[in-house]
Design a protein around this ligand. Structure first.
Ligand code: PRP
Length: 211
């Protein structure tokens, strides 16, 4: 079991990330930039998906093409993970989508689950989890255990914008098999378990504060 962390180094990601971090970026632009980062990260994260050969007739002749051997299951973690969903569905239009809702308790920082809407069986499916923030890792660990309960096998792909070292360590201690694709590995968590330097609350910056 291992947690591989891929910090995707791309000038367009870096450019968008700067606007996503900036506190004065309006919510509409924040969502646009987040989605752009999601597109680039998901393209990188899906590089290893298996393909098979198929015959294709062009207007001129017959040749060999490749197509995805199977369709992944994409799982956005509510709410912030919704910011990557359009990007994922653009790139993987035939993927199934499952939903996990987890809210982090503001006092204890523990995950409080409120939605679990996954396909009946995940056996043999490549699962791609979408959640922009990997802070303490509690929400992602909770999500991964729900995926394993549904029969997920192999390496779960995780797409986030920011990850904290503390969260990566927790996931390693949980014995999960993950490939994390992130725009940046930030320095640390602060006393409120927010990622520093971070970008604030990715859910609130997309959808406003629920309180
Ligand atoms: C945030 C974020 C992650 C989680 C990360 O969600 O979107 O899901 O916290 O923190 P963790 O790694 O410490 O668990 P939040 O609970 O704020 O809900 P929201 O997406 O609805 O804003």
């Amino acid at each position: 079991m291992s947690v591989a962390v891929h910090v995707v180094d791309h000038p367009l990601i870096a450019d968008s990330l700067t606007r996503v971090r900036a506190k004065d970026t309006p919510n509409a632009l924040f969502r646009q930039e987040l989605e752009r980062i999601g597109t680039l990260l998901i393209a990188e994260a899906t590089k290893g998906l298996p393909t098979g050969s198929v015959s294709v007739e062009t207007p001129l002749t017959t040749t060999l093409g490749r197509q995805l051997s199977s369709q992944p299951v994409v799982v956005p973690v509510l709410r912030a993970g919704l910011g990557f969903l359009h990007a994922a569905q653009d790139l993987l239009p035939n993927a199934d989508v499952g939903f996990i809702g987890v809210a982090r308790d503001e006092e204890t920082h523990q995950p409080k689950p409120y939605v679990n809407k996954l396909p009946e069986s995940l056996a043999g499916r490549q699962v791609i989890v979408l959640d922009p923030m990997l802070a303490t890792g509690g929400s992602l660990a909770h999500t991964c255990h729900l995926l394993l309960e549904r029969g997920a096998t192999g390496t779960i792909i995780v797409v986030c914008v920011l990850a904290a070292p503390e969260g990566i360590e927790l996931l390693r201690n949980e014995g999960l098999e993950l490939a994390v694709y992130t725009a940046a590995l930030d320095e640390r968590l602060n006393e409120q378990a927010f990622i520093v330097p971070g970008l604030g609350d990715a859910g609130d910056r997309q959808f406003g504060s629920p309180a």
